[in-house]
Design a protein around this ligand. Structure first.
Ligand SMILES: Cc1ncc(COP(=O)(O)O)c(C=O)c1O
Length: 377
C-alpha cells in the first residue's frame, strides 16, 4: 500500500507510559484507570466516566443499567456499526430503526416521534463519522415521552453541536477505544453519565457486581468484599489507561490535523463529477473520525477496487445494517424500508484519515479517487 487506510499515532510517549506501568504492582484496574476516568470526564464536561472492555460492552451495560430489557424497544439508526443494534438485543430489547438524513447520514430526529409507542424505553443516537445528532431536539423529545437516551459516541470524542458535547445531554454515553478510533488503546471503552446512581452501579457491574475491586482490596490491609449482584468482567486496566492518558493531551491538535485533511478532501471532491460527500451539519464541530465519499451505487465496488489498485487503503462505513443477513432473517427487513440509509450504504467509500497522513499522501488519495472514478466511467 502506498497509503494505509489507518495508522495510529502512538509513539515514544506511549512506549514510556507502558514501561512505567510495568514498574507498578497493579497491572489491572487501578490508579491509572481512575486518573484516566477523572480526566476523560473532565474533558467531556460530565460527572462520571467508567472504563470498560469495549464500546460494545459499554452500550450493553449502559442499557442494562438504565433498566432496559425484554419487551422494551429502543429507537436507533441503521447507518452505524452493528454493535449499536446488537447491544440492544443483548439486553433482550428490540432495535427499532429510523431512517437517516441523506446529507449527513445521521439519525433523522424528525422521524423518531413516529416510532414511539408504549414499549419504547430509550433512544440510541449515533454521532456518525464524528458529527453529533441534534441532541437538544432529541432531549426535548425524550423528555416529552419520558425516554432514556444512550449516546453512541464511538466516533465522537472531540465534537460539539450547538454548544453541546458528546455525553452532555444523554442519560449515558458510550465510547470505544478500538484500534482505529481517535482515542485508542487497541481495545477498550467507557461509559459517561451525570447520574451518580448509574455510575455506582456501572462501577460494580463491570467487575462481577463486587463491592470492592482489587485495588481497594489490596491497597492497604486485606478487606473482605461482597458480591451484590450478577455483574460482568469488563474492567479497563492500568495498562490500557496508561496508553489512553497520554493521548488526552493531543486530542485537540490531532483533531485539527484531521480537520485540515477533511477540508482538502472536500475542496478536491467538490470539483470531481460523480463524487459527493456527507456534510457536517451547521453549528457542528465534527470530531472528524471518518471521511466518506459517495459515488454511483452501481459503480461503488468497482471504484473501491480501483482506488485500492492505486495503492490506497479504503473501507466501507457502513452498509445499512437492516439489510445484513441476520437483520433481514430476524426482523424481516427488506430493501426499500430505509431508503436514505440504503442509498448511503450502497454508495459510500471511506478514505484514509489520520493525523500522521502527510500532504503528499493526501494528494495521492485524491489522485487515486480521481483516476478510479475516470476508469469506471
Ligand atoms: C458506531 C460504533 N458503535 C460501537 C462500536 C463498538 O465499539 P468496540 O469495537 O469498542 O466494541 C463501534 C466500533 O467500531 C462503532 O464504530
Amino acid at each position: 500500500m502506498k497509503v494505509d487506510f489507518y495508522r495510529h499515532s502512538l509513539g515514544e510517549i506511549e512506549k514510556q507510559a507502558i514501561a512505567d506501568v510495568l514498574d507498578l504492582v497493579m497491572l489491572s484496574t487501578g490508579n491509572l484507570t481512575a486518573e484516566f476516568e477523572r480526566k476523560f470526564a473532565q474533558y467531556l464536561g460530565v460527572s462520571h466516566a467508567i472504563g470498560v472492555m469495549s464500546g460494545t460492552h459499554a452500550l450493553e451495560l449502559a442499557l442494562r443499567g438504565l433498566g432496559i430489557g425484554p419487551g422494551d424497544e429502543v429507537i436507533t439508526t441503521p447507518m452505524t456499526f452493528i454493535a449499536t443494534a446488537n447491544a440492544i438485543q443483548y439486553v433482550g430489547a428490540k432495535p427499532i430503526f429510523v431512517d437517516t438524513e441523506l446529507e449527513t447520514g445521521l439519525m433523522d430526529v424528525a422521524q423518531v416521534a413516529s416510532k414511539i409507542n408504549e414499549r419504547t424505553r430509550a433512544i440510541l443516537p449515533v454521532h456518525l463519522y464524528g458529527a453529533l445528532v441534534d441532541m437538544r431536539a432529541l432531549r426535548a423529545l425524550a423528555d416529552q415521552y419520558q425516554l432514556k437516551i444512550v449516546e453512541d459516541c464511538a466516533h465522537c470524542v472531540e465534537g460539539q453541536r450547538d454548544g453541546v458535547g458528546p455525553g452532555q445531554m444523554g442519560d449515558a454515553a458510550c465510547f470505544s477505544f478500538y484500534a482505529t478510533k481517535n482515542l485508542t488503546c487497541g481495545e477498550g471503552g467507557a461509559i459517561t453519565t451525570n447520574d451518580e446512581e448509574l455510575a455506582t452501579w456501572l462501577r460494580k457491574a463491570r467487575l462481577h457486581g463486587m463491592s470492592k475491586g482489587a485495588a481497594d482490596r489490596y491497597g492497604s490491609t486485606y478487606q473482605h468484599w461482597d458480591m451484590e449482584f450478577l455483574g460482568y468482567k469488563s474492567n479497563l486496566t492500568n495498562i490500557q489507561a496508561a496508553l489512553l492518558l497520554s493521548q488526552l493531551d493531543y486530542l485537540e491538535e490531532r483533531r485539527e490535523r484531521r480537520e485540515v485533511i477533511c477540508r482538502r478532501y472536500e475542496k478536491a471532491f467538490s470539483d470531481i463529477k460523480d463524487v459527493s460527500f456527507t456534510i457536517v451539519p451547521d453549528g457542528t464541530r465534527s470530531a472528524r473520525h471518518l471521511f466518506t465519499i459517495l459515488v454511483n451505487p452501481n459503480r461503488r465496488d468497482l471504484i473501491l477496487n480501483n482506488i485500492q489498485a492505486e495503492g490506497v487503503g479504503v473501507t466501507v462505513n457502513y452498509r445499512a445494517i437492516h439489510l445484513l443477513s441476520f437483520y433481514q432473517k430476524t426482523f424481516g427487513f427488506q430493501r426499500g424500508t430505509f431508503p436514505h440509509a440504503e442509498q448511503i450504504g450502497d454508495s459510500t467509500i471511506t478514505l484514509p484519515l489520520y493525523p500522521t497522513l502527510s500532504e503528499d499522501a493526501v494528494e495521492t488519495v485524491i489522485e487515486a479517487v480521481e483516476k478510479a472514478c475516470a476508469q469506471s466511467c
